[in-house]
Design a protein around this ligand. Structure first.
Ligand code: ZN
Length: 526
């Protein structure tokens, strides 16, 4: 492979992270056009989002000029811009942010724009500050059948409305779901006696349930409540009112460190796409004496060749595993090709460099639109806490203290989380640690200590004992002799299965010196 087009590589690099999102197609974004009407606080933020995400074109419309009071919110403007048209300055800054972007701007009333300007856009975003402009824009969008996303804020509150006009070519509601809705309504319209009887019976049962609650549960409930009220302050208040679960409460056993996977890959055979790249990096380092730098084109090219070789070897191995020698003889050339194509599909196409970068950097899919929602919520919560710390109340911290935002459905879910009594960070347990180790299938006892070192727990084999926490069987005891002191005994020989837990406890001076008095180690074979 030769690196032919530097600009394309740069572009690819810019958008590498969002490409990781399931179903993402940068092409669609690069050809898209959005109009943003109103380049104020919302408009700047939205324009910035789309510029960063690599939209093909942005059309900005705003008839205002920049004022000093704008500078506390509208991040596309800076001191010294005062007096200049917002749309024009925003266009410049967006171009600085993303040189591949096309921006048209209109320092003009939205009502005066030519219809052709609207028609060029895929989506129209209203980021306006007054009703009349919104009403006029709404009318225009309905007339030209363009979807509009309207938004506004007042103080700490805000809203978003999605408007999809008739005949826009977009489907708003889900067809299946709507069919079910109509079916539910229609069922009442038929005088089907069985259906009506069943409904009646359900109503009666519901009535009965309600009556039982009132007659039997409520009196008892009132009694218990009185008792709880009396002891609440002493017994529960501290845990319930003033503390939240900590982060570790939600992650009692952190997932295995990636360095362990890399260490296993060195010995073992890659089983998937990611392993191939990790192994390629190891081979690269061995061959060239340094780690590949993903910003150096030559390194990328060489790494890609190595990963590609591993990927092809993997495809070959899987073919052999699935098609035995005898079976191969019975297959036609077409069938063999089909097998190979299927395997190719399973493990994916040839690598692109941004994918390798994502794998090696252990990157997580990310996109600006969701980032700004989440970061904004964090700022909001921090702001409230800051006020509280200084004795002022502008609102309580969110309750429950955990919120999930689902950008696919546009849904916020408040999740109830609980404080763990056995939390290693905030619970009653002290001096314990839970570790998840990934080890090669042929690992021995000595490898456990090696893996512990890899994840940053430097413990000396001669000062630690390994046992089975369930049946107390001894796996390693440096104070004993023979098999208990043989680091080369395979874990499988000791009948340790994948995802079994073993316990590491200190001996001798480690008993005194080690902060951790017990490691609970989950062992997963790779
Ligand atoms: Zn905790």
């Amino acid at each position: 492979m030769t690196v032919t087009n530097k600009e394309d590589i740069r572009k690819s690099r810019m958008y590498a992270r969002q490409q990781l999102i399931d179903g993402w197609d940068q092409e669609i974004v690069s050809k898209g056009c959005v109009m943003i009407v109103g380049v104020g606080a919302l408009g700047c933020e939205i324009a910035k989002d789309f510029a960063l995400m690599g939209i093909g074109k942005i059309v900005l419309v705003d008839l205002d000029t920049i004022e000093t009071s704008n500078l506390s919110r509208q991040m596309l403007f800076k001191p010294g811009d005062e007096g200049r048209p917002k749309a024009e300055v925003a266009a410049e800054r967006l171009k600085d942010m993303n040189p591949f972007l096309n921006v048209d701007f209109y320092f003009e009333k939205l009502q005066k724009l030519a219809m052709s300007v609207y028609e060029e856009c895929d989506v129209i975003i209203a980021a306006l500050d007054n009703f009349n402009a919104r009403l006029d824009l709404n009318k225009i969008c309905l007339r030209i059948k363009k979807p509009m996303v309207e938004g506004g804020t007042v103080g700490f509150e805000g809203h978003v409305q999605v408007v999809i006009p008739k005949d826009s070519g977009l489907e708003y509601k889900n067809r299946e779901f709507e069919i079910e809705n109509v079916v539910d309504t229609k069922m009442w319209e038929y005088d089907n006696p069985e259906y009506l009887d069943a409904q009646k019976e359900i109503e009666q049962l519901e009535y009965l349930i309600e009556r039982l609650k009132q007659e039997k549960l409520e009196p008892f409930r009132r009694l218990v409540r009185k008792q709880v009220e009396e002891e609440f302050d002493k017994k529960y208040a501290e845990d319930v009112i003033n503390i939240t679960p900590c982060y570790r409460c939600l992650v009692p056993i952190p997932p295995a460190d990636d360095k362990l996977v890399a260490a296993c890959t060195l010995k073992g055979l890659p089983r998937n796409r990611n392993h191939c790249v990790i192994k390629a990096e190891v081979i690269f380092e061995k061959e060239y004496g340094f780690k590949p730098d993903m910003n150096v084109d030559d390194d990328v090219v060489n790494l890609k060749a190595l990963a590609q070789k591993e990927l092809e070897a993997l495809r070959g191995r899987v073919f052999k595993e699935n098609v035995s020698e005898e079976k191969l003889e019975t297959l036609t050339p077409e069938e063999i090709t089909e097998w190979k194509e299927n395997i190719k599909d399973t493990f994916g196409e040839d690598y692109k460099f941004e994918e390798m970068e994502n794998i090696l950097g252990n990157k997580i899919a990310a996109i600006q639109s969701v980032s700004s929602i989440i970061s904004s919520i964090q700022s909001q919560e921090a702001l409230k806490l800051l006020f509280r710390l200084h004795g002022r109340n502008i609102g309580p911290p969110m309750d429950p203290p955990y919120i999930n935002y689902n950008g696919v459905y546009g849904q916020f879910d408040q999740l109830h989380i609980t404080k763990r009594g056995d939390c290693l960070a905030c619970g009653d347990i002290e001096g314990e640690e839970n570790i998840h180790l990934v080890v090669p299938f042929d690992a021995d006892i000595g490898y456990i200590f090696k893996a512990m070192r890899i994840v940053g727990h430097e413990i000396e084999p001669i000062l630690w004992m390994i046992t089975n926490p369930v049946n107390k069987e001894m796996y390693w005891n440096p104070y004993m002799s023979g098999e208990f002191k043989d680091p080369t005994i395979k874990l499988t020989t000791l009948k340790i299965k994948s995802n079994d837990i073993v316990t590491l406890t200190p001996l001798g001076k480690a008993k005194v010196e080690s902060e951790i008095k017990k490691y609970n180690v989950i062992i997963t074979f790779m």
